[in-house]
Design a protein around this ligand. Sequence first.
Ligand SMILES: Cc1cc2nc3c(=O)[nH]c(=O)nc-3n(C[C@H](O)[C@H](O)[C@H](O)COP(=O)(O)OP(=O)(O)OC[C@H]3O[C@@H](n4cnc5c(N)ncnc54)[C@H](O)[C@@H]3O)c2cc1C
Length: 458
Amino acid sequence: MERPKVLIVGGGFAGVECARRLERQLQPYEAELTLVTPTSYELYLPLLPQVASGVLTPQSVAAPLRRLLRRTHIVPGGAVGIDTDAKVCVVRLITDEMVNERYDYLVLTPGSVTRSFDIPGLDMYGRGMKTLAEAAWVRDHVIAQLDIASATEDEAERAARLQFVVVGGGYAGTETVACLQRLTNSALRRYPRLDPSLIKWHLVDLAPKIMPELGDRLGRRALQIIRGRGTEVSLGVSVSEVTENTVSLTDGRTLPCHTLIWTAGVAASPLIGTLGLDTVRGRLAVTADLRVHGADGVFALGDAAAVPDLAKAAEGEYDAICPPTAQHAMRQGWRAAGNVAATLRGEATQPYRHKDLGLVVDLGGCDAVARPLGFELTGLSAQLVTRGYHFGALRTGTARARTAANWVLNSLTGDDFVRTGFLARSAGRLADFERTDAYLSQEQRDKLTSMATSRPER
Ligand SMILES: Cc1cc2nc3c(=O)[nH]c(=O)nc-3n(C[C@H](O)[C@H](O)[C@H](O)COP(=O)(O)OP(=O)(O)OC[C@H]3O[C@@H](n4cnc5c(N)ncnc54)[C@H](O)[C@@H]3O)c2cc1C
């Protein structure tokens, strides 16, 4: 007898945790499990700034799906369109071939992409910190700027190469500027021709404070640490234009510079916008048990979904939705697995409820700020909690061992400042690395799904 087919789209925190739980909760005869994902690993995004700064190797934060999943069939590609009436998902394989994946139950977890704005030049020259390739690209690019600055005799060129701008004062931007600034500072002893006073890092945010979710005291402490290391922080300011060698700010300054790292928030995967379903602030509207309104058998979670935050609702914030964090995505994955299994068996589903455990922010070296369970920590104790949290949250023992070994090795021996050159010919655009332009229009999707019988279908 044919088994019901559960199709999971997205191999991140939400998708992989859902698949792992389903493997445990369902007997093989109860359902066929399939995961559509362009990468062969589950990426631990919170440590990406440490990959960019060379503290960790890329493998440390990429847990292999073949280790994590035992019997889920993996389709290497991205969903580019879904017909929720016909229950067919169109997948562009990594070979660019299109295939149709039929489903009975669909779990949508394609995550988010870097939120960009209509700022001239941003699409061409803004760099993200959302994928492993982006972290590797940024690292090579920053080291390349040091190499070029050290080699050139042109003073203006040297100054421009040594000026770096990070936009976004959330945890991603703050950790990125903190870690990369430590990288360039520690590089100086290997670049004797460079004048340390020429290296300038800027953190820019339109908001009046950085990381408001940390609270005033910890936010101020984080600001003090990064300013103390020499980073110029400009609040209430944004970018008005970017060119290959300048970044213009809304306060009228134009900085000669070849590096703009853009971390000003995230937007739900563009796949969500192609579905024609209800959204809340761009994220797919779902009920508290993670079902999608108006689409039979479809669940959505993680950064792509607007999951009602029942813990905040209990405190009086009735319209609150869960913030886009790994903490929620992972736990929503567990809840979704329980609800898919319950639906398959004709049992009742349960609502998702989780009270935020707080935030940890690694500023490199012994510096960190953390707010676990409401307790405010700074300095070494915050760093121990931060690294302990990440260590525990990594999904495999091998990833933990690699990460711990890298932390020890980096603190003892420092960085080697090696440019790998693997991505040297890539422009590094957000659209290239985050595949934001890969999706089908409704018309293209309907054409492909109506041809379901004549197209390859598993
Ligand atoms: C630099 C940085 C630091 C962060 N630090 C923290 C932190 O300290 N704490 C915290 O809780 N959160 C943190 N976050 C946020 C956290 O990483 C996200 O909230 C979390 O990854 C969301 O999980 P997800 O499963 O929804 O999406 P993701 O983990 O992004 O996974 C989405 C998956 O879907 C795949 N995919 C995308 N499009 C498609 C498609 N069309 N078809 C198939 N597959 C697709 C992607 O390749 C990816 O594998 C950080 C994020 C960043 C960028």
